[in-house]
Design a binder for this molecule. Structure first.
Ligand SMILES: Nc1ncnc2c1ncn2[C@@H]1O[C@H](COP(=O)(O)OP(=O)(O)OP(=O)(O)O)[C@@H](O)[C@H]1O
Length: 263
């Protein structure tokens, strides 16, 4: 079963800021189909930036443009047809089945009061298949493990057929195989992607570009291989990074003698 890929979106941030100094102005352009990793220590402002991009927060200054249109000058429903978010917070309606939760992703595409169409059902099944959730379709959401729930939330986002997918720490709760599978799948969607991630080695295999934040300030933006240097990691996270081959770092505290290997 296959579905045509949605047209990926171009995302532009023009001097976007939020709160009383919680996020200082950020500007960048992410071309269609690019994958952006948003990095930074705890409290650096990653979730705040993501909330601006999926239209939860209104910027204090600046604009968020999707394909050139200001998302805050665009009706919420229209934005929801193009932007899906996978968040750390999950639905509390634990009695809904997995298939029902995934079907919620179709809501922005339906006319008011219209029920699900055969096309909607096809897309929901496809999303369940892609996340290996077919066997869970009838299970109440509340009976799933943390990792299974996370995969359901990604499936709901897939059912939304977004041109831009925003993920806040999407690998939380996932075992290493599902971390790699989810990141590969998200990369393979053809959509433009913005994801906050904590694992700097996973980011190197996943993202095209990275934005690094520190204390609500943008420290660096650009291709992951250019930006993610030991010097930048030291400035952003206060740890020593030693390159181990082209695609991984070992990390240690500056006052430690022995590097601590990451899993
Ligand atoms: N609504 C709010 N009111 C006040 N402060 C807030 C609000 N939202 C976020 N903050 C503060 O802004 C800062 C950045 O928060 P944010 O959640 O964006 O960080 P983060 O980089 O996602 O962190 P983590 O890695 O811990 O999830 C934090 O100090 C947080 O306490």
């Amino acid at each position: 079963m296959s579905c045509p890929a949605p047209l990926p979106a171009t995302l532009t941030l023009e001097q976007v800021s939020w709160g009383a100094g919680l996020l200082h102005p950020v500007s960048l352009t992410l071309a269609r189909g690019r994958v952006l990793g948003v990095l930074g220590a705890n409290g650096a402002g990653k979730s705040t930036l993501l909330r601006l991009i999926y239209r939860f927060h209104t910027p204090k200054s600046g604009r968020v443009l999707l394909d050139g249109a200001d998302i805050h000058a665009t009706p919420a429903r229209k934005v929801a047809q193009r932007v899906a978010a996978v968040l750390q917070e999950q639905p509390t309606d634990f009695a809904l089945t997995v298939a029902e939760i995934v079907a919620l992703g179709r809501a922005p595409h339906r006319r008011a009061l219209a029920g699900p169409s055969a096309h909607d059902a096809h897309i929901v099944e496809h999303a369940l298949d892609r996340m290996s959730l077919r066997a869970f379709a009838s299970r109440p959401f509340g009976t799933l493990s943390g990792g299974e729930r996370q995969r359901v939330m990604v499936a709901r986002a897939l059912a939304q057929e977004p041109g831009l997918i925003v993920l806040d720490e999407p690998t939380n709760h996932l075992d290493i195989r599902h971390q790699l599978e989810v990141l590969r799948l998200v990369r393979g969607l053809g959509a433009t992607v913005v994801a906050s991630l904590h694992d700097l080695n996973l980011v190197r295999g996943f993202a095209d570009d990275v934005l690094v934040l520190k204390d609500g300030q943008p420290l660096a933006f650009g291709p992951v291989t250019d930006v993610l240097t030991p010097d930048l990691i030291a400035r952003a996270f206060g740890v020593r990074a030693q390159a181990r081959g082209p695609a991984r770092f070992d990390f240690s505290l500056f006052d430690d003698m022995q590097p601590e290997k990451q899993a």
